[in-house]
Design a protein around this ligand. Structure first.
Ligand code: PMV
Length: 331
């Protein structure tokens, strides 16, 4: 077995996946839509291990470390599942590096599990259809990872009448070269994992009404995206982001991902839009704000974001092409 290495991107949800119909099979309540990023990526190499057991390593600026036991357990479980599928009893070594903060609501689990699944399948010589790959990726526990298998703008499941179906690309990256300026407020681990957040979501009294109005919002977002209608897009993206956090804050127990600087960034973005800039904001499960904008307005928005008190730094990203295999092996 040779080493296989893949680089997979994070994505930012425009219509959020928040709540599962089936937690074991990672089947979402509603179709979600995302934009695949290009700079926030995970790079993973998988190959034969000399040790008798599968092993997981994480590249950090300080060198190779053993990741936290919960992270390792999830990675090892995904490796074990894929080995069983390939009827392989070899021990595998996994080395991964994240080129952005992990666990802070910047979809590191999406890029991480997409890269891990792709690299493990390649290392094992496991050939999969797009549907099988999507299923194996989401069974890692990170449903949004299945959207990271594709570039551009992606819907998962692609067909709303098949909730356990694969993701589909709605439009390629070239369709609309949007930027994502990620205002990093806190790069630490979020207080409540997405997995736990999905479990709590249906306990909110607003969950049912959200599910009722989502089909209309999802279709409207698709149309705004296809027509590159930024004003409509901005409205829908911000409504959707606030909805996710309302559901989180009103669940049992409640979950608060916002920090004071989160609100300051949201206010700045609203002011910039009122002043004529094409920009809007969205958050996943964390305090950091993804500030979306057109390429023309990115420089002006960036200057303003950097001056918001509480913003530690801004990651400059944009819509990306999706995962790629690489010959740059990490061991
Ligand atoms: O795929 P998970 O389990 O990491 O959950 C993702 C949840 C959100 O990021 C909040 C929303 C989304 O659709 O990505």
């Amino acid at each position: 077995m040779s080493i296989a290495s893949w680089i997979a991107p994070a994505n930012i949800a425009l219509i959020k996946y928040w709540g599962m119909r089936d937690a074991d099979q990672v089947v979402p309540w509603n179709p979600s839509i995302s934009m695949t990023l290009s700079q926030c990526v995970s790079h993973t190499s998988v190959g034969y291990a000399e040790a008798r057991q599968d092993e997981v390593w994480w590249w950090t600026p300080e060198g190779l470390i053993t990741p936290s036991s919960s992270f390792s357990a999830n990675v090892l479980e995904q490796v074990r599942r894929l080995k069983a599928l390939a009827h392989s009893s070899s021990s595998l070594k996994v080395v991964t590096v994240n080129h952005f903060p992990s666990g802070a609501g910047i979809a590191s689990s999406a890029s991480g599990f997409a890269a891990l699944t792709l690299a493990t399948c390649s290392a094992l010589g496991l050939s999969t259809t797009a549907e099988q790959l999507s299923r194996q990726t989401r069974l890692s526990g990170s449903g949004s990872a299945t959207r990271s298998l594709l570039g551009g703008f992606v819907q998962w499941p692609g067909d709303a009448s098949h909730p356990d179906g694969p993701a589909h690309q709605i439009a390629p990256a070239e369709h609309w070269p949007l930027r994502d300026l990620i205002a990093v407020i806190d790069a630490g681990e979020k207080p409540v994992s997405s997995r736990e957040g999905h479990r709590r979501a249906p306990t909110s009294p607003y969950f049912v009404s959200r599910q009722q109005h989502l089909p209309v919002r999802t279709e409207a977002l698709r149309q705004a995206l296809m027509g590159r209608d930024f004003a409509r897009f901005a409205d829908l993206v911000e409504q959707e982001s606030i909805d996710l956090h309302v559901i989180a804050m009103t669940g049992h127990p409640p979950t608060f991902y916002f920090q004071p600087a989160t609100l300051a960034v949201l206010k700045t973005v609203r002011e910039l839009r009122a002043a004529g800039l094409q920009t809007c904001a969205t958050l996943d499960a964390g305090p950091n704000v993804h500030v979306l904008c057109t390429a023309e307005d990115a420089a002006a928005v960036l200057i303003q974001l950097r001056s918001v008190p509480g913003v530690a730094y801004v990651i400059e990203d944009s819509v990306g092409l999706g995962p790629r295999q690489t010959s740059a092996h990490l061991f």
